[in-house]
Design a protein around this ligand. Sequence first.
Ligand SMILES: [Zn+2]
Length: 484
Amino acid sequence: MTFDTVIHGGTVVTADGLFKGDLGIRDGRIAAVCETLQGGARRIDAGGRLVMPGGIETHAHIAQESSSGVMSADDYLSGSISAAFGGNSSFIPFAAQHRGQSVDEVIATYDARGSRSVIDYSYHLIISDPTETVLREELPRAFARGITSFKVFMTYDLMNLGDGGMLDILSVARAHGAITMVHAENNDMVSWMNGRLAAKGLTAPRYHAISRPELAEEEAINRAIQLAKLVDAPLFIVHVSTAGGAEIVRREQWNGAKLYAETCPHYLALTRDDLDRPGMEGAKFMCSPPLRDAATQEALWKHIRMGTFVGVHSDHAPYRYDETGKFLNGADAPYPKIANGMPGIAARLPYLFSEGVVKGRITPEQFVALSATNTAKVFGCTTKGRIAPGWDADIAIWDPEETRTVRLADQHDNMDYTPFEGMALTGVPKLVMTRGQVIVEEDKLVAREGQGRFFGRAPADLRATSGYMAKEFDPRQNFGTELR
Ligand SMILES: [Zn+2]
């Protein structure tokens, strides 16, 4: 057997276990996994290192306009390079439909943007305007192209769909096997809090955290789940930031809902005290849902360990600390006029490895599940996220012992700050490849622009999820059969 590349002498980590072994790569795919392999046009020595599936980042805002028209600082070139330096070999950013836009045109726009990526990419659609044409024609067309996840918002005046709009999307998604992702915060609770704070003149960044209460997330998570259960549609709750929200997710998973959720490193690493930094610096730490507190961090770690979350994803939403980003509406804008979001696509996996694996909160196998394998199943990445013969050679080789301090100067995104500045993290991705082609090696970019490819996805893998049947839709009940 001949190989293009053999990775030898490393410890291979999969979601199921860990073993000493070699990988043989041919034509961009893993061709052999064996105790020892000879040959290979190139041999990569992985002695003392971990050989893992490359991360799949499934929550990132890249070359995306917000509903208020602010463009994220990273395009598909800088965003994908930053992702690769952080151990990712593919990603699934959002393609956002704003009100009045055609989904077909949105996808064409993102196809042009995505063509610069150095790693493989796909999109989740964001739907803010579910017209009849969108529901009956454009979503099915997107689905046929392999865009099998649709995100909706329960908050933001220009994005939120209302419960009826959510049911429309959920039932269309279910009919096609797509999964609906939801940003769950109660819009009226947030608007009401904004009104109270504005009336008292409380507009500094720190009030952003107060304006979006934990209860607003918990209420909306619960409501989203009940809406999804009514039509038995699979649901993915993005960026869970509260202990109460995670507990609701866990309980409903136990009850059979086809329910998945993620949390993000910033909810584990930072707290709302970071919004109290002097001057306007708190703006760097503004995101929605907002940062919480230390007790929440501990609760979220427990849920990561127990499997409530299928993944920990970055929610990379890069808005610079200047007039192009955070301060588009002026240097001392009130918090509701400051762009929401922070960068983190490069820090996600080093943070999860260091605080998770190195500190003994999760196993290396769980790290692989949380960074790639689970997500690949939920979002239908049928050739990525595993180390096994026939799968894409999307690999990250890590030095598990090297410690580095996060510094802005070492970042590869287009940002002028990192919220993880100064944190010492142990575990460094030293080599990342996508389909057998090396993208990053020993801190150097070796890929060329546009090397990544779009990948279509399959429906979510819902095997062994029992689902939920509302009595009103249940043919075994003596009512409601008309709806089936
Ligand atoms: Zn997001």
